[in-house]
Every structure is written in C-alpha cells, then in structure tokens.
Design a protein around this ligand. Structure first.
Ligand code: AMP
Ligand code: ZN
Length: 480
C-alpha cells in the first residue's frame, strides 16, 4: 500500500509509514463539552473516522484517542484572556461545571453513534489527567522551557523553543523586537503561554507543586496524547483552527519535555461553512445531527454530505446539498438491491476488468491523501459500469461485494432503524416503569426478572442522581 498524506507541518504529501510496522497511533482534538457539538465539529470528527476506517481497511491496527476538553479552554480568540468556556456557562446557568461536562460528553457520544463513527479506543477527559499534565509541566520547568511566576503560575517560555512557529508559520517575530508585555501580565515575552493558571474564582481547582490552580488548554493534549500513545504519535488531527496556537503549543510542550519528535504526520481538516459563510450561534445556523434528524434528514445523509468532499477543501453545507446527499444514499442502496437480485444467489466471481478499474479508481483516490470526493467518483463509476455491462450472476455478486467494501468507509448502506427505535424506546420505558413499580412494592423477584428482561434487550440502566432511571443500548457501543 502506498498511502500518501499531506503533512501540514512538513507542507508536503508524504508516504505514510507508521513508527511501528502495521500499527497506527493517532490522536484527534475532540470537543469542548460546554455545549452540543455542531456539524462543523463533526466534519473534523468524520474526517478522523474516515481516516481510521481507511487505515483499518488497508490492514493497519489502529489505536485512536480523542480528548474531551472539560476544563481550561478559555473563551475569546486570545487564549489567555477569556474565561473558561465551561465555567462561563456554569456561572450563567448556576450549574455545576462537572455536571455540564458530564451531560455534554454523553450527548457527544450519542451523536458519535448517530453518525456511525467508530468509537475511539480512548476518550480521555482533561479533568481526569491533571497529574499527567503536572508531570509534563515539571519536565518543562526542569528543562528550562517554563518558569514559575511570583504568584505561582507556570508559563511556557516561547523563546526557549527554537522551532516555535514551524507548524503555523506564526513565529510571532513581528512581535519580538522590543514588543511590550501587557501591563499587569507576569509573562516574560508576549508570546509565552500559561501551563498552570491561578484564579481563586475558578470553580475547578487542583493541588499542584505551585499551589491550587488549573491547567491551560494546550497542555492537556500533549500530556494525554503521550500518556496514552507514547512519546511519538503517528498521526495527529484537528480542524484548521487548531493549527495556531493550540497545535503549535502542543509541539512546543511535547518536544520541549522529551526532546523527541511529537508527531510524524499532522493532518488538518478545513472548516465547514454554512450557506457560504461562517457558522455562529448569533446567526442561528449551528445545526446538530439530532436537530437535522428532527427536521427529517437521516443521520446517514448528513454523514454522507459531510464526507463527500476532500477534507482539505472548505466544505459548504446547504440544505440542497443535504437533499442531494440523501438522494445519493438512496441510489447506492437501490443499486445494492439491484445487484443482489441480479446475482441470483451466485457467489462473487473473479472481478471483470471494468470492475477492477472502478476499484482501482476508488483505492487510488483514497491513497492520495484520503481524497473522498475522488473515491466517490469510483463508487459512482461502479454503478454506471455495472449497468452498462448488465452485470449478472457472479459479476453482479462481485459488484455488490465491491460496493460493500466501499461502504466500509462511507457506511450509508444500512438504514437507520428510526421507526423501530421509537417502538423499542417505548418498550424499554414500559419495562423500566414496571420495574420501578415492582421495587416500590418490594417485589424483588419481579424486579429482578424485569431487569433480566432489559439486559436481554442489550439495555443498560443508568441511575440518575434525582432517582430517575435513564438507559442506553449497550450493543451500539460496539466498535465497527
Ligand atoms: P471545539 O469544541 O471548539 O474545541 O472544537 C472541536 C473540534 O472541531 C476542533 O478540532 C475544531 O478544529 C473543530 N471545528 C470547529 N469548528 C469547525 C468547523 N466549522 N468545521 C470543521 N471543524 C470545526
Ligand atoms: Zn487538542
């Protein structure tokens, strides 16, 4: 296999070779869980999913990590300036930031399943890895890449790291000569950034060698990535906005702490736009996959709409485009049925020449930096060629097998069991109600029997703090 990927750090396409043959370790910047992830966020996550699926289809064993940012991601474009996104919502709504984070993490994972994204192997929460972050900060202090201020904040010293700016091209040199450090700041250089912050009003605080405080946003990804995947990762992805300052700072931290290369291939997805413009809360155009489903657009159509263009091109989301995606999904399903019928039960035979060409077209596009739009040309050429050659019997079976292989990336052939789901939910809710009644009547045998019945349906019960029982399907947690 000759998989080329565009590495945003080296600014060129390179043949992908993992550090350990046959195994890929990759890290993706995940959601900040102070709200629902919109379809723009999911463009980045679906890109990561397609990348994993293609690597797996190509025979690699992939370990995937996606962080959940539940502390330290500050508001404002000035990453040092604003308020913590989670805390700001907590204050506004008088809710507990831990509870907000737990809630939106659940919502996020539900959307991951709706989108048919293969679940990552690890979803580390920043709040659960503060000791790893502290350890990395200590290494940075030891190696003179960070300093402790009088107040006990820890700051990364950008001038101490010569390669700062290599990824983004943003060296901040224009700032350097004689640039002033903001009045009241305890930084030595205006480009320096906080690793450990102090703020008595912050709701989430941890003990550290520098006193109580909380970690900066950037340190979570270098610390958790290296903790779970080792010193050097094969691939690290994120959206284009992550390049600076987030990933630039991650590199400075990870490489400053270890002296080793942090990431061999950096990949960044361009933004999703809506109707040709930016998505924003104030414009009211931030859609989630659930909202779109309620409007009658099945998640697999949204999945298809977000996957069908090259990740390095800005993708413009429109409702017309979504309708077209839904129509394409129907076309693919219809073709699968057509080939199943035409196969008349035959096994797939050796691929005829026209079929081999379609498959090659698909594979070549995927191997060329995950060119999903080119790959789709291969998929649709299969529909066209199979019909033109009036594929029957073993040829039709081979065409169906090829389509199913393509679908290991796009994953749109199976239908969402929407109607069934509603029935299923009603059935589960009724069982839960009967179990609650049995428990209230202290009829433990009946309660246990009902619990077993629920377990047989692959349903896991979650006892809420308020005594309310919710549930989730355990079978949908399975990867793949
Ligand atoms: P956040 O929750 O803001 O930390 O973002 C989570 C991920 O979504 C990051 O990797 C962002 O780069 C990515 N992202 C945010 N907005 C968009 C967008 N409009 N299009 C594509 N990716 C995005
Ligand atoms: Zn990150």
């Amino acid at each position: 296999m000759n998989f080329q990927v565009y590495d945003s750090l080296r600014r060129t396409k390179r043949v992908f070779e993992p550090a350990e043959p046959g195994k890929v370790r990759m890290y993706h910047c995940g959601p900040t869980v102070y709200g629902e992830a919109h379809i723009g966020n999911f463009r980045s996550f679906l890109f990561a999913d397609a990348l994993r699926r293609w690597l797996e289809l190509s025979g690699f064993e992939v370990t995937q990590v996606m962080n959940i940012t539940d502390v330290g991601h500050l508001r404002d474009d000035d990453p040092e300036g604003g308020e913590d996104k989670l805390e700001s919502l907590a204050r506004k709504t008088s809710r507990d930031p831990w509870e907000i984070a737990a809630h939106y993490t659940d919502v996020f994972l539900g959307d991951v399943d709706l989108f048919r994204i293969r679940r990552a192997h690890h979803y580390p929460r920043a709040t659960e890895h503060v000791p790893q972050m502290i350890a990395q900060i200590e290494q940075l202090i030891e190696r003179d890449h960070a300093y402790v201020t009088d107040e006990g904040q820890v700051v990364y010293s950008v001038p101490s790291y010569a390669d700062y700016g290599r990824l983004s091209g943003n060296t901040g040199d224009d700032l350097l000569p004689g640039a002033r450090v903001e009045v009241g700041s305890d930084k030595h250089d205006p480009r320096d950034f906080y690793l450990w912050k102090k703020d008595p009003h912050h709701l989430m605080q941890w003990d550290s060698p520098w006193g109580r405080g909380f970690p900066g946003w950037h340190i979570e990804c270098s610390a958790m990535g290296q903790h779970l995947l080792g010193t050097t990762l094969d691939i690290h992805t994120g959206g284009e906005d992550n390049v600076f300052p987030h990933h630039e700072c991650e590199i400075a931290q990870a490489e400053g702490a270890t002296g080793e290369t942090f990431v061999n291939y950096w990949m960044h997805a361009r933004f999703l736009q809506i109707d040709g413009g930016k998505m924003s809360k104030s414009l009211g155009n931030l859609y989630t996959v659930r909202q779109l489903a309620e409007m009658g657009h099945p998640p697999e159509a949204v999945r298809f709409a977000l996957l069908r263009s090259h990740y390095r091109q800005v993708l413009n989301f429109t409702f017309a485009g979504l309708e077209e995606a839904a129509a394409n999904v129907r076309k693919l399903r219809h073709f699968a049925e057509e080939m199943r019928d035409a196969a008349h039960g035959a096994e797939a035979g050796a691929a005829p020449e026209w079929l081999t060409r379609c498959v090659r077209r698909f594979d070549d596009a995927m191997n060329d930096d995950l060119n999903l739009s080119g790959a789709l040309d291969g998929v649709f050429s299969l529909l066209h060629e199979a019909r033109r050659h009036e594929a029957q019997g073993a040829d039709a079976a081979a065409a169906l097998a090829a389509l199913q292989r393509f679908d290991q990336i796009f994953d749109v052939l199976r239908e969402s069991p929407a109607a069934d789901d509603a029935e299923f939910a009603a059935q589960v809710d009724a069982l839960i109600e009967r179990r609650a009644a049995a428990r209230a009547a202290k009829d433990w045998a009946a309660a246990d029997a009902l619990r077993d019945e629920l377990a047989a349906l692959d349903v896991e019960l979650l006892d809420g703090k308020d005594g309310k029982v919710t549930w989730r399907r355990t079978s949908s947690n399975a990867n793949g």
